[in-house]
Design a protein around this ligand. Structure first.
Ligand code: SF4
Length: 353
């Protein structure tokens, strides 16, 4: 079973986005798929429903806006622990995960915004080469070269059939013959447009996976088996690949559920030649702000965000995060390290958080 491609109800093309060939191309792709494209007279995005959060949420999740990334978004930021730099092709995601990490970072109704000024985004990259302070300073990861993460504010594969931005970026890194790596992680499976690209081994795709037990928390994403099948196809196409096991949720039955998931991943990837596999392990966490937004978006969700098994952690900016307590963290970490060593012995765990 594969996931369905996202079909937004509306595409909004802002005035500034019409100045960019990539913006026009996205609108043309959408129109070719039978989606209504509204050419806006200005750059302002307004969906209506100012007094109805539920309807505003629903309308936003069915809308793709093609916009120009402002200069503030073009300035790359370090993004620990994944990569030296964060590079954004879009902001927002059409799926409905009840733990979505974007809830705490995006303001207003979650319209997905694809950036039309891709050439400007790409033009920022060369001056960051060799300037990384995250993976470039890690003895275990410096060999990856300067790393750029494209999944911080979006799921780029969810949008690829509409935007083509990820393919353009992968092709660009493929031609950029320097020590560098583009990285993206996804809960989608539509990898076909990426398989034939000249990637030069300089893009690592990771599948973001969780057990079937938690599928109800991941509305609108591709089934996990399909994500793993997509990842295996990328491995067969010569891409380095990885698993992002996230968010790790310590709910009843978690041990069997994650043991089954890791076995499923091992089976899906068993025939990938010269498997180059990394694993990132990210436990479930939330902030007071993201919890409030998620509870308003998904009032019926059974996802546990209470005080049991939790500890407060202060970030370096002084804000509070709720993570699992030390005893739960130790149990989880020991379990994952042992299961991965047993089932995926050649995989490298990049980090635990
Ligand atoms: Fe958020 Fe990722 Fe789910 Fe999209 S797929 S809603 S970005 S958690």
């Amino acid at each position: 079973m594969t996931g369905r491609l996202w079909q937004p109800k509306r595409v909004l093309l802002t005035r500034s986005a019409r100045d960019w060939a990539h913006g026009i191309a996205i609108a043309e792709r959408a129109a070719g798929l039978g989606i209504a494209v509204d050419e806006l007279p200005t750059d302002r995005l307004a969906l209506g429903f100012p007094d109805d959060d539920r309807r505003a949420y629903a309308a936003a999740k069915q809308t793709l806006a093609v916009v120009v990334a402002p200069p503030s978004k073009l300035r790359l930021q370090p993004i620990a622990p994944s990569a030296d730099w964060r590079v954004d092709l879009a902001q927002g995601c059409p799926a409905h995960c009840s733990y979505c990490y974007l809830a705490g970072s995006l303001k207003g109704p979650p319209i997905t915004r694809a950036y039309a000024n891709l050439p400007e985004i790409i033009a920022e990259l060369p001056r960051h080469l060799g300037e990384g302070t995250i993976t470039s300073r890690s003895s275990a990861r410096a060999h990856e070269g300067t790393t750029f993460e494209a999944s911080c504010y979006t799921d780029p594969l969810a949008l690829e059939h509409l935007t083509g931005s990820l393919s353009a970026m992968i092709g660009w890194f493929g031609a950029w013959q320097v020590p560098t790596q583009l990285r993206f992680t996804t809960k989608f499976d539509a990898v076909e447009p990426l398989l034939g690209l000249e990637h030069g081994g300089r893009t690592r795709m990771r599948a973001s996976i969780n057990p079937a037990l938690y599928a109800r928390y991941e509305g609108g994403t591709s089934p996990v088996a399909a994500r793993l099948a997509g990842l295996a196809k990328m491995g067969h196409a010569g891409y380095p690949i990885g698993l992002t096991i996230a968010p790790i949720i310590a709910a009843e039955g978690w041990e069997l559920a994650y043991a089954t998931l890791i076995a499923q991943a091992a089976e899906a990837l068993a025939t990938v030649p010269g498997l180059d596999l990394t694993i990132e392990l990210i436990t479930h966490r939330y902030t007071p702000g993201s919890k409030a937004v998620l509870e308003s978006w998904y009032p019926g969700s059974k996802l546990e965000m209470g005080a049991a098994n939790r500890a407060e952690k202060r970030t370096k900016f002084g804000s509070v995060k709720h993570v699992y307590d030390a005893a739960t963290m130790r149990t989880l970490r020991g379990f994952f390290e042992a299961e991965i060593a047993a089932r995926l012995p050649t995989a490298r765990i990049l980090y635990w958080t």
